[in-house]
Design a protein around this ligand. Sequence first.
Ligand SMILES: NC(=O)c1ccc[n+]([C@@H]2O[C@H](COP(=O)([O-])OP(=O)(O)OC[C@H]3O[C@@H](n4cnc5c(N)ncnc54)[C@H](OP(=O)(O)O)[C@@H]3O)[C@@H](O)[C@H]2O)c1
Length: 251
Amino acid sequence: MSTPHTTPGNPLAGQRVVVMGGSSGIGEASAVLFAADGAEVIITGRGQGRLDAAASRIGGKVTTYRLDASDRPAVDAFFAESGPIDHLVIALSGAKGGGSFAELDLAELAEGFDGKFWPHANTLQAALPTLRRDGSVTLVTAASARAALPGTAGLAAINGALEAMVPPLAVELAPLRVNAVSPGVVDTPWWDAVPAERRQALFDGFAAITPVGRVGRPEDIARAVHLLTANDFVTGVVLEATGGATLATGR
Ligand SMILES: NC(=O)c1ccc[n+]([C@@H]2O[C@H](COP(=O)([O-])OP(=O)(O)OC[C@H]3O[C@@H](n4cnc5c(N)ncnc54)[C@H](OP(=O)(O)O)[C@@H]3O)[C@@H](O)[C@H]2O)c1
């Protein structure tokens, strides 16, 4: 006899969710979904002004904590003060490490690891004593890890290193669930360093080779983050959210 279906209600209502890098882009959009579910959300970032502005856009039960995730003692202090946490999302950005490999300054690639790989690893390790035993961690990596796009070998190394950790950690840290969302190109403030006209041309070019015909919006990726956080039967997964851009044949 099969178990009757129950109405689980909202699995995240009343839960405590930390979004590292929640003051912008994908992290902020994820915080919006968690807050709308009635979760208690803590967003972190380095700029208090950006955190305050994001908190007012997010609404609901959201608090802010200013923190540089590359500063391990600061990350430890945060988790020592945070109280118990059910779910952790790590959406910290790192910008360095891209460009033609033949010309890539390897010191810049190391800075890329310092900007993304190590802050993710720091945060995940520091959070473990505070995270609910059967809660979840969701990393935000990047589809460059496997997309084979020229000029992205360094980014592939950084994000591939994080993605490679997901399956072994899902087994080693069980019943904690460990997953990642691997986004394609997403229109977020991450791209603000690129002049507007060039950025639009890049987005148009990516849209043209993407089966869904557009680049991503932060909320597209947030819905994937929410799915991995809320579904307690999913672990060890790297979920690509790329609009199909990484499919071999493209459009
Ligand atoms: N946008 C894309 O096209 C794209 C594509 C693939 C993957 N991704 C990945 O998606 C993730 C989120 O990117 P996004 O596009 O949402 O970027 P974003 O809009 O620039 O947001 C990044 C967030 O991380 C915070 N942050 C960055 N470094 C931090 C640090 N050391 N300590 C604490 N907070 C830090 C930022 O706040 P502060 O600056 O105030 O600290 C901000 O809240 C990144 O890992 C990125 O690599 C993005």
